[in-house]
Design a protein around this ligand. Structure first.
Ligand code: HEM
Length: 261
C-alpha cells in the first residue's frame, strides 16, 4: 500500500495514472461516437433517443459512467500538478531553453489543448447530460409497426408539468411497438442550429484532434507499451484515428444539423 502511495506521489506515477485515464477516455470516445452516429439517421430521433436512454439507465453502463467522471477529474488534476511541478523544477521554460526546436507543437501545448477540452466538456455536459438528467424535457412517442419497422408514427409530447415515465412496450392490439422517451434529439437539434455553438464544437474538436494526435501515442510510451513490433500501429491509430477521423466525425454532427436539418 505504501509502495502504491509512493509511486502515485512521484511524477512518473502521476504520468502513468494520466496515461491510463487518458486511454480510458479514448475508449469512451469511440463508444460515444458510435452512439452519436445515430443522430445522422432520418428517423425523428428514434435510434438516438433509445440509445441515450440505454446509456443513462442500464446499471453496468451507469457504473462505467462514474468511472468516466472520476477519470476526467483525475486526468485534469494530475495534468495541473505535473505542469506546476515541472515549472518549479525548471523555472526557465523548457521550450525557451531548447529554442522550441526538439519538441513538436502538440507536445508543448498539451496543457492549453487540455484546458480547452475541459471547458468544452463542462459546457457540453451542462447542456446535454444535465438537461437529460434534471430538466423537464418534452417527450417523443414512437409507434413502430410490427410488420414494417420502417413505418414509424412520431408524436411530440410537450412537457405539461406531469411526470411521464419512459415506456417501451409492444401493443399487440394495434400491431405496434411503442417507445416513449425524453426527446434529447430535439435539444441536440436546437443547440446545433446556433452558429456560435457550432463554432464552439468545431474549435473544440480541432483541440481534441491535436491533443489526441500527441496524447494517444505518448500514453503508450509512458506505459512502456510501445514495443517496436506495435509502434507503427499505435502511431497509425493515434494519428489517423484519434488525431483525424474521430474529431472530424464529432465535428460533422453540429455541422450536419446546422446546414442540413
Ligand atoms: C459533437 C458531438 C457530440 C454530441 C452530439 C454529444 C452528445 C452527447 C449527449 C446527448 C450526451 C448526454 C447523454 C449521455 O449521457 O449519453 C453526452 C454526454 C457526454 N459527452 Fe458528448 N457528445 C459529443 C461529443 C463529445 C466529445 C468530443 C466529448 C469529449 C471530449 C464528449 C464527452 C461527453 C461526456 C463525458 C458525457 C457524459 C457521459 C456519461 O454520462 O456517461 N462528448 N454527449
Amino acid at each position: 500500500m505504501s509502495n502504491l502511495k509512493t509511486t502515485l506521489s512521484s511524477s512518473l506515477g502521476k504520468k502513468i495514472v494520466m496515461s491510463l485515464t487518458g486511454l480510458f477516455l479514448c475508449t469512451f470516445l469511440i463508444v460515444h461516437l458510435i452512439g452519436n452516429l445515430q443522430l445522422f439517421k432520418d428517423d425523428n430521433g428514434l435510434a438516438f433517443n433509445a440509445y441515450a436512454y440505454t446509456m443513462t439507465h442500464f446499471t453496468p453502463i451507469k457504473i462505467v459512467s462514474y468511472l468516466l467522471y472520476a477519470s476526467i477529474i483525475v486526468h485534469a488534476m494530475y495534468a495541473l500538478i505535473l505542469t506546476s511541478m515541472n515549472k518549479k523544477a525548471r523555472p526557465v521554460g523548457y521550450a525557451q531553453q531548447n529554442g522550441n526546436a526538439n519538441s513538436p507543437w502538440t507536445s508543448r501545448n498539451m496543457g492549453i489543448l487540455g484546458t480547452i477540452l475541459l471547458i468544452f466538456i463542462v459546457i457540453h455536459m451542462n447542456n446535454f447530460w444535465a438537461q437529460y438528467h434534471w430538466a423537464d424535457l418534452p417527450y417523443a412517442k414512437y409507434e413502430v409497426s410490427l410488420t414494417d419497422p420502417a413505418d414509424v408514427k412520431f408524436t411530440s409530447i410537450p412537457f405539461d408539468g406531469s411526470k411521464i415515465a419512459h415506456t417501451d412496450y409492444v401493443d399487440i392490439e394495434h400491431g405496434v411497438k411503442v417507445l416513449i422517451a425524453k426527446d434529447l434529439y430535439l435539444i441536440v437539434g436546437e443547440l446545433f442550429k446556433q452558429w456560435w455553438y457550432v463554432l464552439l464544437y468545431v474549435v473544440s474538436m480541432v483541440a481534441l484532434a491535436f491533443h489526441l494526435f500527441h496524447g494517444f501515442r505518448s500514453a503508450f510510451q509512458t506505459l512502456g507499451w510501445d514495443h517496436k513490433k506495435y509502434v507503427s500501429a499505435i502511431r497509425f491509430i493515434g494519428e489517423w484515428g484519434f488525431g483525424l477521423l474521430i474529431p472530424i466525425a464529432f465535428a460533422a454532427m453540429p455541422l450536419y444539423f446546422f446546414f442540413f436539418k
